[in-house]
Design a protein around this ligand. Structure first.
Ligand SMILES: NC(=O)c1ccc[n+]([C@@H]2O[C@H](COP(=O)([O-])OP(=O)(O)OC[C@H]3O[C@@H](n4cnc5c(N)ncnc54)[C@H](O)[C@@H]3O)[C@@H](O)[C@H]2O)c1
Ligand SMILES: [Zn+2]
Length: 343
């Protein structure tokens, strides 16, 4: 953060800083001091960790605080935390006074490689996740992989599912080469998992530019941005089916299912499926979940309705690309689901 970040708003005097409660507990005020906001009027609000903060009540609390303390249009909101803080504060920044400056400082792997980039902000509603929100681009995303040192293993592993997703779609992203990311992941899994590899910042940077290139080409998800949902069609169904999985874990299961589905559709061979399965195992992610396949299908049906009645499949092919498909054999879908949900 600091001078370079805020140069965009020369008149900034006041910063509304939102910090994830876990981070504050671990790092205390150093997390604030290190942001280099000297000379600015900094107001700090702790955001309680966990998905329940991404709620109407959580948002109202932020609005009340900012409006009560006299926020004005030239102020900037900075979100320091994972996807929860980023999504929530992003939506608050988009809506308070019809929009104030917004900066993301992601501190989880998932937030660094995925949620902080692309401008999707949201809160949850009792009828589902992320149902109320806005596209609102952060002016800056400031990433420091040193934050990852304190992230619990399970959270860290979960983030790799989105990295593997980016690896699968890399060839179909604007300017993206094919297989570069997957290759790096394959060769360096233990070092990356140990969080020591000098490659870690490179991997994070590559993921950000890859996602940014897709979002640049299609911000509102008219077509290309849909490829970022690779692994999420069945993955969301699994995630919603009640078994306590982290998002990335459910997406890992959905990724395995999508690869197997692509093989059943004769788009790829067993080697491609195996490569991804190995990666998922190497990064400490599950390949199956104990959920009821009928529940998975029910939630997929629900997602489909919300998306305007179209079930879209993002599937890889032998050329190393992914394409968005509508016509997939339902029997193959059932078989792919069955292959990942059995006990
Ligand atoms: N906007 C998007 O495009 C997008 C994309 C994917 C996911 N999401 C959203 O992101 C959210 C998930 O994000 P997440 O996985 O980052 O979860 P999160 O924000 O809940 O963070 C995970 C946990 O890690 C803790 N934490 C954060 N940083 C830490 C650190 N450096 N050290 C130790 N602990 C730390 C948090 O307190 C929390 O308990 C979901 O709400 C999801 O809907 C949004
Ligand atoms: Zn995801």
């Amino acid at each position: 953060v600091g001078a370079t970040t805020l140069a965009q708003w020369p008149k900034v005097r006041r910063v509304w800083l939102f910090v994830d409660g876990t981070l504050l507990a671990i790092l205390g005020d150093t997390v604030i001091d290190e942001l280099g906001l000297d000379g600015l009027d900094v107001h700090v609000l702790e955001v309680p960790p966990g998905e329940t903060s991404k709620s109407i009540a959580g948002l109202a609390r932020i609005w009340d605080w900012m409006l009560g303390e006299g926020v004005d249009r030239s102020d900037v909101a900075i979100a320091v935390g994972g996807g929860v803080v980023g999504d929530l504060v992003g939506f608050a920044a988009a809506t308070v006074l019809r929009g104030i400056g917004f900066v993301q400082v992601p501190t989880t792997l998932l937030a660094m490689v995925d949620s902080s980039v692309g401008g999707k902000t949201a809160i949850n509603h009792p009828s589902g996740k992320n149902l109320i929100g806005a596209f609102y681009q952060p002016a800056r995303v400031i990433v420091d992989t040193e934050f990852l040192a304190t992230l619990p293993d399970r959270e860290f592993h979960s983030g790799w599912a989105e990295v593997i997703k980016h690896g699968v779609i890399e060839g179909s992203t604007p300017g993206g080469e094919m297989g570069v990311l997957l290759d790096i992941l394959r060769r360096n899994a233990p070092a990356l998992l140990a969080r020591e590899s000098p490659l870690l910042p490179w991997v994070v940077r590559r993921n950000i530019s890859l996602k940014a290139s897709v979002v640049d080409a299609d911000e509102k998800e008219a077509s290309l941005r849909g490829i970022l949902n690779f692994g999420h069609t069945i993955g969301h169904g699994v995630e919603a089916s009640g078994y306590p999985l982290f998002h990335g874990e459910a997406i890992a299961v959905g990724t395995v299912a999508a690869m197997r589905l692509a093989a059943m559709e004769c788009r790829i061979g067993p080697e491609e499926v195996e490569t991804i399965e190995h990666l998922i195992a190497d990064f400490g992610l599950p390949m199956r979940a104990r959920v009821d396949p009928a529940e998975v299908r029910r939630h997929m049906e629900h997602d489909k309705k919300k998306a305007g009645g179209k079930q879209l499949w993002i599937l890889p092919n032998r050329e190393g690309l992914v394409t968005i498909e509508r016509d997939v054999d339902p029997a193959h879908v059932d078989a792919a689901i069955a292959s990942v949900v059995a006990g």
